[in-house]
Design a binder for this molecule. Structure first.
Ligand code: ADP
Ligand code: MG
Length: 186
C-alpha cells in the first residue's frame, strides 16, 4: 500500500515537507455512474456529486446531463434519474469504492434487494484503462455495455472513450444495443 501513499498529491506545505519526493499530477481518471429512483431524484444525484467532490483528492472534469430512464432488472418500480461524471482522483479503485459507499450511506441508501429501489446508486464505470475482477469490485462495471442509461451519459462526456476489455468505444457499444431501453434527457 506504499504506492497508494506515494501517489497522493501534496496537500499543503506540511505534507510537502514530510514527503518531498511525492509525485505531482499522478491522478487517475475515473467515470462514475449515478442513479436514483426514490424521493427527489435529481436533488439526490446533485447532492451525491457534491459529496463526492468534498473528498479533497477528487476533481470534477466533466458532468453529463441527467436522464429519465426506465427501470431494468426489476421493472415494477419507479423510473430512475441517471447521469455520469468524470473525475480525476488520487484514490486507488478500492478506496474510491469505499468513498462512494460512504456517500451512498450519507444519502440514506438502505439495503433492499439487487436492482431494487434506491435513493442513490454510485458505480465505478471505468478507471483509467484497468480491469479489476474481484468479488467486491469489478471494473469496467460488468453491465456497463448492456445499459443505455450508462452508455448514453458516458457518450455525452466522451463518445470515443474505450472499454478496455471489449476494445470498443462507448459509441460503438451504444450502436450494438438493438432496442431502445427508454431514456430521455431531462
Ligand atoms: P448495481 O449497481 O449493479 O445495481 P448494487 O449497487 O446493488 O448493484 O451493487 C452493490 C455492490 O456491487 C457493491 O457492494 C459493490 O461491492 C459491488 N460492485 C462491484 N463492482 C462495482 C463497481 N464497479 N462499482 C460499484 N460497486 C461495485
Ligand atoms: Mg451500484
Amino acid at each position: 500500500m506504499n504506492r497508494v501513499h506515494l501517489s497522493r498529491k501534496p496537500r499543503g506545505p506540511g505534507f510537502a515537507i514530510q514527503d518531498p519526493f511525492a509525485p505531482r499530477g499522478m491522478g487517475h481518471i475515473a467515470y462514475i455512474g449515478i442513479g436514483s429512483n426514490l424521493g427527489d431524484k435529481i436533488k439526490q444525484c446533485e447532492r451525491a456529486i457534491s459529496e463526492i467532490l468534498k473528498v479533497d483528492r477528487h476533481k470534477l472534469l466533466a458532468k453529463s446531463s441527467f436522464f429519465k430512464t426506465l427501470p431494468m432488472g426489476y421493472t415494477s418500480q419507479d423510473w430512475f434519474v441517471n447521469g455520469a461524471i468524470k473525475i480525476e482522483t488520487d484514490l486507488e479503485p478500492t478506496e474510491l469504492l469505499g468513498a462512494l459507499k460512504t456517500v451512498e450511506s450519507q444519502l440514506g441508501r438502505e439495503e433492499t434487494f439487487r436492482w431494487g429501489p434506491r435513493t442513490i446508486d454510485l458505480d465505478i464505470l471505468l478507471f483509467d484503462e484497468i480491469e479489476v475482477r474481484t468479488e467486491r469490485l469489478q471494473i469496467p462495471h460488468p453491465r456497463l455495455h448492456k445499459r443505455q442509461f450508462v452508455l448514453v451519459p458516458l457518450a455525452e462526456i466522451d463518445r470515443s472513450l474505450i472499454h478496455p476489455a471489449l476494445r470498443k468505444t462507448v459509441q460503438e457499444l451504444l450502436d450494438d444495443l438493438k432496442e431502445d431501453q427508454g431514456i430521455e434527457r431531462i
